[in-house]
Design a protein around this ligand. Structure first.
Ligand code: COA
Length: 184
């Protein structure tokens, strides 16, 4: 749904872009564990790169805080908007793929991998260790349960709460999220 080409709108946008050339920049403090694929990455003001993820292990008496020491790789033309929080992974590096855009006030927990050309709309919460494929669209304020795997070309509707893995190409709505069946 997000990648349909509206020729008229595209023509207008290309004209506007020519008039107002794209500027890439870093307007937040970017720590060294954020590895950038290119200079064409846009990080807006007040993006939070959180060094310590909210991960604990109970030892029978108390919670031991898990060290977070991985890197996050940002692909070419990634854009991250204000108020969004990107959490450092525990051990293995994670990736936000080329061309993915993350809107205002999203939470990307530790160990989350996101594919290429995804649009993640405002207020979305992605739980720890979630995997998201390429060309996905996550609508306003959706919530993805930790460890869920979402395939390629998936659309998640506004406010959906996704509890289980989602295969390629589906649209999910509601709480708990179910497949939106297309009317014949
Ligand atoms: C899920 C979504 C992609 C479906 O779009 P669509 O295919 O055009 O579907 P329709 O609007 O025709 O709705 C189909 C049915 O699903 C329901 N529905 C649509 N979106 C829903 C949602 N997010 N949650 C619950 N039900 C939803 C509709 O009420 C309708 O139900 P009905 O058949 O019983 O009348 C869309 O509604 C959505 O949530 N898009 C995200 C929007 C967004 O985040 N925009 C940000 C812009 S800044």
């Amino acid at each position: 749904m997000n990648q349909e080409i509206n020729k008229e709108r595209l023509k207008f946008v290309e004209k506007q872009r020519k008039k107002y050339p794209m500027r890439w920049g870093r307007r937040s403090i970017v720590p060294p564990w954020i590895k950038m694929a290119s200079d064409a990455i846009d990080i807006h003001k007040n993006v939070f790169f959180s060094e310590q993820g909210f991960g604990f292990q109970w030892n029978g008496k108390e919670y031991i805080r898990i060290p977070h020491v991985g890197n996050v790789n940002l692909g070419d033309k990634v854009e991250i908007y204000s108020g969004t929080n990107i959490v450092r992974p525990t051990v293995n590096d994670t990736t936000i793929g080329d061309g993915t855009k993350i809107d205002y006030n999203c939470h990307i927990a530790h160990n989350v991998n996101i594919g290429k050309n995804c649009l993640i709309i405002a207020g979305t919460i992605i739980g720890g260790s979630v995997e998201i494929g390429d060309n996905c669209y996550l609508g306003i304020g959706c919530t993805i349960k930790n460890k869920v795997k979402i395939g390629n070309n998936v659309t998640i509707g506004m406010s959906a709460v996704v509890l289980n893995d989602v295969p390629d190409g589906l649209t999910m709505i509601g709480n708990p999220a179910i497949i939106l069946e297309k009317k014949k």
